[in-house]
Design a protein around this ligand. Structure first.
Ligand code: ADP
Ligand code: GLC
Length: 517
């Protein structure tokens, strides 16, 4: 089976969050299970720098791309390299004006004004690449809004090309709150007829919505945990898209992310001061903790419970719950370590807190892959009080590193952490602390409980070991994706081409579109 895996980020080339980890690890796992997987992504500046660092030279392939975007003809080039340390080929779409920038989607907290143009260009280039490189995929697997145009382009135009006649599309939703919503005139950039700009297809509250486009036009939709697949069909978590998702209920599958155990494994992790496994846990983790405390200027105390958090600092991640209750949390004797970047109000609040409570809180603003590993290893607990969490990777990294997760019971957090209770302690399944209502009182109770249990070393070690024994590798989830591909391939190719065309005269105003729903 041939898969073209389209993504806007992939480690080690370009990363803003979990999508990058998932893209690389899933592609490798699929290829290990016999699929022929090619990845395709933009040739960002960071990709070029990473290739240089590794002494890798990508090969220029195919002829020049010429993509029509509205009344412009935009040129680009295709390069091919491999995902470092693997044999997965990676097609890089080079367009210096769009991709040679400091950020992937934004700079200084502001989205690039031409994001729709950049990713419509990428989406069209992707279909063109299949022709120029002679790669005829059975399935094009796209991810999030950045590649949401692709299923529409495939369904409306692409299947007229011989190499894509039988190709199916699958979209994975990693985070429904990022939708790629742009003003309606960007419809002109897509090159598609205005008749598709209607509320059944590409329009959402008067705007062009690239994620909705992907959801409507793809042959099948997956998301990154079974719980999130259910949640996004409700108004509480659906970000307005619940109706669209409900109509595709039979084609919506939740598959839990895995983790890359070659990168996230405390027994082999070269970034740690000392590696460890379940048998050498006590000594290895104690050393990692002491070194982390030293590195971040915290008192080196093995009996002080140390809680870590590594995160994009956004509303999603529940930082407010921590900031609002800081004094109460610190009164339990916790040491707190934060690594993150994002909204300036959260960055400022955390930096201020660290200044006020030097010796109990350490904060690093920025993106630091190696420090992220050292925090996972050195912390006793990991905080993930997310408001919503499609899957979440850090709670799984934590389980693997013997760091007990404290989580809100949503999405993938609910699917991966088994709450400590009398019953789960007795039957050996307890792996973390879970609160169900997003309330300060519930969060504080849980922190207090975890600190009390931390002092009971026998029970604590049991919880840690329960977590470390679990298998979060991609093996099982990659199999589920292969089943999904088989499922779409077993259906007739035109079965899912949507037929709505009830707005063939041009754009409607935002007001009309909203009211029409
Ligand atoms: P999301 O994709 O919503 O940000 P995930 O838990 O799926 O959340 O994945 C986040 C990934 O990004 C993890 O690999 C995490 O370690 C990493 N990460 C987030 N912020 C930072 C940071 N400031 N420095 C290093 N790694 C980070
Ligand atoms: C998103 C989600 C996160 C998920 C990641 C990878 O960024 O916020 O929960 O783990 O994508 O699928």
């Amino acid at each position: 089976m041939k898969i073209l895996f389209a993504t806007s980020e992939a480690v080690p080339f370009a990363k803003t969050g979990g999508l990058a980890d998932v893209s690389s690890a899933l592609s490798q796992a699929l290829s290990a299970q016999g699929a022929e997987v090619w990845m395709i992504m933009p040739f960002y500046r960071g990709v070029r720098e990473e290739l240089n660092r590794r002494g890798m030279t990508p090969i220029r392939c195919g002829s020049t791309l010429r993509i029509r975007l509205g009344n412009k003809l935009v040129e680009g080039q295709l390069y091919v390299t491999v995902l470092p340390g693997t044999s997965v080929p990676v097609i890089l779409v080079d367009q210096p004006t769009y991709f040679q920038r400091n950020g992937l989607y934004q700079e200084h907290g502001r989205d690039y004004a031409d994001n729709s143009e950049r990713f419509i260009f990428f989406s069209r280039s992707l279909l063109e690449a299949t022709r120029l490189l002679g790669f005829h995929p059975n399935v094009i697997h796209v991810n999030d809004w950045q590649t949401g145009m692709v299923p529409a382009l495939l369904a409306i135009e692409g299947r007229a090309q011989p190499q894509l006649k039988e190709t199916r599309s699958v979209i994975t939703i990693h985070n429904l709150s990022f939708q790629g919503s742009f003003w309606h005139w960007d419809m002109l950039l897509t090159g598609l007829d205005w008749k598709y700009f209607n509320w059944h297809q590409m329009e959402f509250f008067g705007q062009l919505n690239l994620l909705k486009t992907g959801i409507v036009f793809s042959d099948l939709i997956t998301t990154v945990s079974p719980s999130y697949a259910k949640e996004i069909q409700t108004s509480a978590f659906g970000c307005g898209m619940q109706g669209v998702l409900q109509t595709r209920h039979d084609d919506l599958v939740g598959i839990l992310n895995g983790i890359d155990t070659a990168i996230w494994n405390p027994a082999t992790d070269a970034t740690l001061p000392e590696t460890y496994d379940i048998d050498s846990l006590a000594q290895g983790k104690a050393r990692c903790k002491a070194e982390l405390q030293k590195e971040l200027g915290l008192p080196v105390e093995c009996d002080a419970p140390l809680a870590g958090m590594i995160s994009r600092l956004t509303d999603q991640k529940g930082i407010d719950l921590i900031i609002e209750n800081l004094e109460t949390l610190l009164a339990t004797g916790l040491q707190l370590v934060f690594l993150g970047s994002g909204e300036s109000r959260y960055e400022t609040a955390l930096v201020d807190a660290a200044r006020q409570h030097a010796g109990q809180i350490a904060v690093k603003i920025g993106f630091d892959e190696a420090l992220a590993h050292r925090i996972e290893a050195g912390a006793d607990m990991y905080l993930m009080p997310s408001r919503y969490e499609p899957c979440g990777l850090n709670q799984m990294y934590s389980l693997q590193y013997g760091t007990v997760p404290i989580v809100h019971a949503v999405g993938g957090l609910a699917d991966t952490v088994t709450a400590v209770s009398h019953e789960t302690l007795a039957n050996g399944t307890a792996t973390g602390f879970v609160f169900t209502e997003y309330l300060s009182s519930a969060f504080i109770d849980l922190i207090q409980q975890s600190v009390q249990l931390f002092a009971r070393r026998d029970i604590w070690t049991q919880i840690v070991q329960n977590g470390m024994r679990q298998d979060w590798s991609w093996h099982n989830s990659a199999k589920r994706y292969l089943e999904v591909y088989d499922k779409v391939l077993s259906r007739p190719v035109h079965a899912t081409l949507p037929v709505h065309s009830d707005n063939s005269t041009g754009p409607v105003s935002a007001g009309e579109a909203g009211a029409g729903r």
